[in-house]
Design a protein around this ligand. Structure first.
Ligand code: ATP
Length: 463
């Protein structure tokens, strides 16, 4: 009976009730590079008017040589990059609302930025506290965490600290964090980088099982083996910021052949596609680019085959009545606010995590404690009783000066030490709409308060 319930719940996690087809037309992305000389004013163009469609229930691979713009395309589509972007992005045929879309999608970057001092289970528990609203009970949260651990094969590593997990386990843990809210759209930047072939296969098999539940999953991928490549449904090939091929993997060889690029028998098709994109198999890839463009119509005229946001709000009642497909369905509990939980809850969870990490970072905590005690004894010895004598004004000033400098540097260094490590985790979590930056800063200040107040009291001792 319990096994049946478990099976039903794991099937439920895999399922996705909001199908999202992502379309993009004439998408351009450019960056303004740092000016070295007065002449370098032209922005660097990274994506040159690409078109495409990523469908729900399909696992899509973005392939291309290094520097082709794969990560940039994912950054733009996921909404992580918005300045320097022009063109149209649609969700089920309706212009994308970036804020709404960020709530319905997740972006798992190439490197897994996780807190090394937490265990696998704690990492999922923290994610659950941010991502699931207050109506979900602790028991339900624990059940979900157990199901995700089971689904992603992390049961054995549940109590292991993240810093000690293998690369593949970290990747699966990052996926598990986002699965808690069951997002209909998932973007992955090179999910198999740094993994051996069997771990890569494991990760992609998990993605495949999620996609079968109706999600839209897009991964940029680097040099996949034939076996790994064949697990994808659709392929999007980029070359120098332009689209070379967009469609089913099964049609790729025929389409390339029509343009004069014949894939040798028993050759890895992924390698072949990258070689064509690098112009190693012939310089004339423009024919392929033109062919890929003919699949998609509309934006060049300034008017496309989609509905804008203004039109959506006017049409919404009729769209709702006539079609469930074109209407963007947003889960009711996430509507209105960017974050699923209140500011107070965000601060309290961040605070608990910060305290847990401080306690576990024994080396740093011991160092801080010892330095405070040693300096406190030293100051007490040198300046003992100076507050009672008016003739020792100079000593009082020296004491105050020293204490201020000590407090300033002593409290600065833990941040200098931890900030570069934490920054990447915080940016990922913040960009995935877990919490606001205000909540993070407040929790950091509050977590440090006891030590700050303690050291102030200690320094006030000699007086
Ligand atoms: N902020 C930036 N400033 C300057 N150039 C940039 C910036 N971001 C990206 N680029 C350039 O844009 C091009 C595409 O970068 P991107 O990271 O998207 O490539 P990629 O296809 O993901 O490469 P890889 O497979 O090596 O990760 C590269 O030449 C890169 O140097």
């Amino acid at each position: 009976m319990e096994n049946q319930t478990k099976f039903r719940r794991s099937q439920e996690i895999k399922k996705c009730h909001h199908h999202k087809n992502i379309g993009f037309r004439n998408l351009c992305y450019s960056v303004q590079e740092n000016k070295v000389s007065a002449r370098q004013e032209q922005p660097k163009v990274i994506l040159r008017g690409v078109n495409g469609e990523f469908r729900s229930g399909r696992l899509t691979a973005i392939l291309g040589p290094s520097g082709a713009g794969k990560s940039s395309l994912l950054n733009v589509l996921s909404g992580f990059k918005s300045s320097g972007v022009t063109g149209y992005i649609t969700v089920n045929g309706v212009e994308r609302n970036t804020e709404e879309f960020r709530r319905e999608s997740c972006y798992i970057t190439q490197n897994c930025y996780l807190m090394d001092l937490l265990t696998t289970r704690e990492t999922l528990a923290v994610a659950a506290s941010f991502k699931l609203n207050a109506k979900v009970t602790t028991r339900e949260k624990n059940d979900m965490i157990n199901d995700i651990l089971e689904l992603l094969g992390l049961r054995k590593a549940a109590e292991t600290r993240v810093g000690k997990l293998s690369g593949g386990e970290k990747k699966r843990l990052s996926i598990g964090q986002e699965l808690l809210t069951n997002p209909p759209v998932m973007f992955f930047d090179e999910p198999t980088s740094g993994l051996d072939s069997s771990s890569s296969l494991q990760v992609i098999s998990h993605l495949k099982s999620l996609v079968r539940g109706g999600r839209t999953i897009v991964c940029s991928i680097h040099q996949p083996s034939s076996r790994l490549f064949e697990m994808f449904d659709d392929l999007y090939v980029l070359a120098e910021g332009q689209c070379l091929y967009s469609g089913a993997i099964s049609d790729m060889t025929a389409v390339f052949q029509e343009s004069g690029f014949k894939c040798p028998k028993y050759y890895n098709r992924a390698d072949f596609a990258v070689e064509v994109a690098c112009r190693e198999r012939g310089m004339n890839i423009e024919k392929l680019i033109a062919k890929a463009e003919t699949h998609f119509h509309g934006p060049d005229t300034g008017r496309a085959d989609y509905i804008t946001n203004e039109e959506t709000s006017m049409l919404r009642p009729s769209i709702k009545k006539n079609s469930t497909d074109t209407y963007i369905q947003v889960p009711q509990e996430t509507m209105g606010s960017r974050y699923p939980v209140t500011l107070a809850r965000q601060i309290s969870v961040l605070l608990k995590r910060a305290v847990l990490c401080t306690i576990r970072d024994l080396h740093l905590a011991q160092l801080r404690l010892v330095s405070h005690v040693v300096i406190g004894l030293f100051l007490g010895g040198v300046f003992y009783g100076i507050g009672d004598e008016a003739s020792k004004v100079a000593s009082n000033t020296a004491f105050l000066m020293f204490s201020m400098m000590f407090l300033f540097f002593c409290n600065l260094f833990p941040f200098v030490h931890s900030f570069p490590l934490e920054k990447l985790v915080v940016m990922r979590e913040h960009m995935n709409n877990w919490y606001s930056l205000e909540a993070y800063h407040i929790s950091k200040i509050v977590a440090e308060l006891p030590l700050q107040v303690g050291s102030l009291v200690e320094k006030a001792g000699p007086h």
